[in-house]
Ligand binder design. Structure first.
Ligand code: ADP
Ligand code: GLC
Length: 478
């Protein structure tokens, strides 16, 4: 039996800000239970719903040194859907209304969390073969494992994996402060270790010291070796190319299933979507005050509102787009300029554009189920889960060919009648608009072809089955 510990800063259903939480919440369930004991350790944030906090059981506590500080580490636990979860409790670090706050606080928060997660293991009595870290928040773990922890028998043979979900976020702060916070010796603060461009960089530390590095699609694994996508670490990614691989994300096929989803108006499946899916569109048009018309080409967006997602292209084309026979439903929160941009267009094009500037699991399912197409023109996209959810709900993705979008959406080929969506290559607003227009022409003039696109998308398998096996192979190799 191989023992694996996932360490992450978010995880559904406990706490979520983006796709990382979906991955950490759904992947551990998908390993072969006979051969893998996969457990997960998370911070216990005060902002978690009471519903979850009430279900956690107190296990133990101790005090841990973090340089000159001595900090309380509480350990709570919970079994959920067959997976053992642990939560690190410390009210000083994990208070606040969101998991992440300003970077300075986060830098100390996740140094604490990373060290506490390791220090808790002997107390819990769980000795993983592999610690699987996710993103910069856990980047110090491979470093700590090679440092002090290495001296103890308990940790000596422990291997580590780090998965990069988004290279843009690296956890960067000045070296002096980070030395003071982490208690790591000066030796680590060199350009071949934790240092990058004069600052300390948590993610870099993880990438340098982990035994294997993965990211969430093949294309992104290649892209990050180039300056455009490399976020100033492309040299490091090239240097680590031998240890770097891409494993594409899956989604939870029970959670995202149009046949059983209780959050949507009308359930449907690959056989009856032609008749039933439209009922979701009608309901959403009604609920959002959009024009009640089956023939409008309804485009959905469910997203964090950041420049990563290509909203500059949409902004540039919005007036032209709204001259077409479309409806646009947006669900998202994030940067104020994009929130206000969509609010503005919703005001300008009433009945046509609906801006839902909030976070809602239920509404996201309704959008995936109701729309004809899903727009994701990302500037970069490590994997992307929204397009997978759309495919599952028979909503045709229109994407830019980058990262996981390129690997998961097969472009429509009208001559061979293949493909599951529409895509364009360059980060160019006119290319995007042309692709939308092309999709609309199939929707309006070749409905049978459109339905076959849906058929192929719904039949595609983006559950975790294939990718979980690839992680298993990686664990075996280490
Ligand atoms: P990222 O991780 O970069 O945000 P992904 O496509 O991997 O992008 O994952 C985004 C996840 O967050 C999806 O599960 C999507 O449905 C969800 N999501 C994003 N914004 C919202 C929102 N406003 N309300 C509900 N769910 C959202
Ligand atoms: C990040 C990426 C997204 C990916 C998600 C889960 O948030 O932006 O593309 O799907 O992590 O891996």
């Amino acid at each position: 039996m191989k023992k694996i510990l996932f360490v992450a800063s978010e995880c559904v259903p406990f706490i979520k800000t983006g796709g990382l939480a979906d991955v950490v919440g759904s992947l551990p369930k998908c390993f072969n239970k006979e051969e893998y004991d996969v457990r997960v350790i998370l911070p216990k944030y005060m902002c978690m719903k009471e519903e979850w906090k009430n279900k956690m059981n107190y296990l133990n506590h101790f005090y841990m040194d973090l340089a000159w500080r001595s900090q309380y580490v509480g350990i709570l636990e919970m079994q959920y859907e067959g997976v053992q979860f642990y939560f690190i409790d410390n009210e000083y670090y994990f208070s606040g209304s969101k998991p992440y706050g300003n970077i300075f606080q986060d830098i100390e928060k996740f140094a604490f969390f990373s060290k506490a997660a390791l220090s808790a293991l002997p107390v819990i009595g769980f000795q993983p073969d592999i610690v699987h870290c996710h993103d910069w928040q856990t980047g110090l773990i491979p470093v700590y494992l090679k440092d002090k922890f290495h001296e103890g028998d308990f940790f000596r043979s422990m291997k580590s994996v780090i998965t990069i979900h988004n290279l843009k976020f690296q956890g960067v702060w000045d070296m002096k402060t980070v030395r003071d916070i982490t208690g790591l010796p000066i030796y680590y603060f060199a350009p071949d270790k934790l240092e990058a461009y004069g600052d300390a960089n948590y993610l870099k530390g993880g990438i340098v010291y982990a035994d294997a590095v993965t990211t969430v699609s093949d294309t992104y694994a290649e892209e990050i070796k180039t300056p455009f996508y490399g976020e100033r670490l492309d040299g490091l990614m090239r240097a680590r190319a031998n240890c770097l691989s891409g494993i594409v994300n899956g989604i939870d096929y029970d959670e995202y299933n149009p046949e059983t989803d209780t959050l949507i108006e009308k359930n449907y499946n690959i056989k009856n979507f032609r008749k039933e899916k439209i009922k979701n569109k009608r309901a959403l048009q009604r609920d959002l005050g959009l024009e009640q018309d089956d023939r409008k080409f309804m485009i959905g967006i469910v997203s964090r509102l950041t420049d990563q997602k290509g909203f500059d292209l949409i902004n540039y084309m919005m007036d032209e787009m709204c001259q077409l026979d479309i409806q646009l439903v947006v669900l998202g929160t994030g940067e104020e300029r994009y929130e206000n941009m969509f609010r503005h267009y919703a005001w300008k094009y009433q009945g046509k554009v609906s801006a839902n500037i909030y976070y809602s699991e239920a509404m996201s399912h309704k959008v995936y189920a109701a729309c004809d197409a899903f727009l994701m023109p990302s500037l970069f996209e490590p994997c992307g889960l929204s397009q997978l959810m759309s495919l599952r709900y028979g909503t045709v993705p229109i994407v830019r060919e980058t990262g996981g979008l390129k690997d998961t959406v097969q472009p429509y080929n009208e001559y061979e009648s293949t493909g599951t969506g529409f895509s364009f290559a360059n980060y160019n607003a006119h290319e995007m608009l042309n692709t939308i227009k092309y999709a609309m022409s199939i929707f309006y003039d070749k409905r049978r072809e459109w339905n076959k696109l849906i058929d192929r998308g719904m039949a595609a398998d983006f559950s975790w089955s294939t990718s979980a096996k690839k992680y298993e192979e990686l664990y075996q190799r280490l």
